[in-house]
Write a protein that binds this ligand. Structure first.
Ligand code: DXP
Ligand SMILES: NCC(=O)COP(=O)(O)O
Length: 237
């Protein structure tokens, strides 16, 4: 079985658009847990444009499933993670001004740095995962950083699948096999969706967890929109 961790960044984006507390990020996370998701993912960015550092603290007090905090390990982020002690931290090499995550780590170039950061989290019993492109060289060097897991960055797969190029899944299948043989556990995420996840699950072995946000929240609007409009019409008739 592959666990589903729901990324709730987009819930915070919607909340922040009005400055109030609708939707209530903490309540939505609790509801997502009660609907069966096995984890909650957040990716607080330095400008706090969606999930705020305060959200992370508030969520950590009430969540009962696996809490996964993603981000670039700048000092502020490392301190937050050490304060919260989530089940998992996922290290992502984001630029401050990135619209979204757009690359995995170069684990060869950053091996020493990653090793140092990861050791701090490991001393605090926090599972570590590093975000990587599906390249065998990056997976092999990831082992040497001491990370428990890799998160395969799936945007390229999502794009190729949408273009009808199903062979785009092959590097992921190959890297998952290599990672598994080397003793790494495997996560995957970015632009996974109801359209593309079934084929990914069929072809890529040993995936422990997927984290999904953007598509899942967009799809839930469509799946819930008809019922919501009917509720309004019932009241307004
Ligand atoms: C690492 C990853 O792929 C996701 O966390 C993604 O970066 C979501 O972040 P945004 O919601 O800011 O796009
Ligand atoms: N780690 C990936 C994640 O949390 C969600 O990415 P996306 O589904 O919002 O693209």
């Amino acid at each position: 079985m592959t666990k589903l961790s729901v990324n709730i960044n987009k819930i915070a984006t919607l909340r922040n658009a009005r400055g109030g507390n609708i939707p209530n990020v903490v309540q939505v996370a609790l509801d997502i847990e009660s609907f069966g998701a096995q984890g909650i993912t957040v990716h607080p960015r330095p400008d706090e444009r969606h999930i705020t550092y305060q959200d992370v603290l508030d969520l950590s007090r009430v969540l009962t499933t696996e809490f996964n905090i993603e981000g670039n390990p700048i000092t502020k982020f490392v301190n937050l993670v050490l304060q919260v002690k989530p089940a998992q931290v996922t290290l992502v090499p984001d630029k401050e001004d990135a619209i979204t995550s757009n690359a995995g780590w170069d684990t060869v170039q950053n091996k020493t740095y990653l090793k140092e950061v990861i050791s701090v989290f490991k001393e605090n019993n926090i599972r570590t995962s590093i975000f990587v492109d599906p390249e065998p060289e990056m997976i092999k060097a990831a082992v040497e950083t001491g990370a428990d897991r890799i998160e395969l960055y799936t945007e390229a797969y999502a794009v190729s699948y949408a273009n009808g190029e199903k062979e785009g899944v092959m590097p992921y299948a190959e890297c998952a096999k290599i990672a598994h043989e080397l003793g790494l556990e495997i996560n995957a995420g970015h632009d996974l969706s109801l359209d593309n996840i079934e084929y990914f699950k069929e072809k890529v072995p040993h995936v422990d967890e997927v984290s999904i946000g953007h598509a899942l929240i967009s799809e839930s609007l469509y799946i819930g929109l008809e019922k919501t409009i009917q509720e309004y019409l019932k009241i307004l008739k």
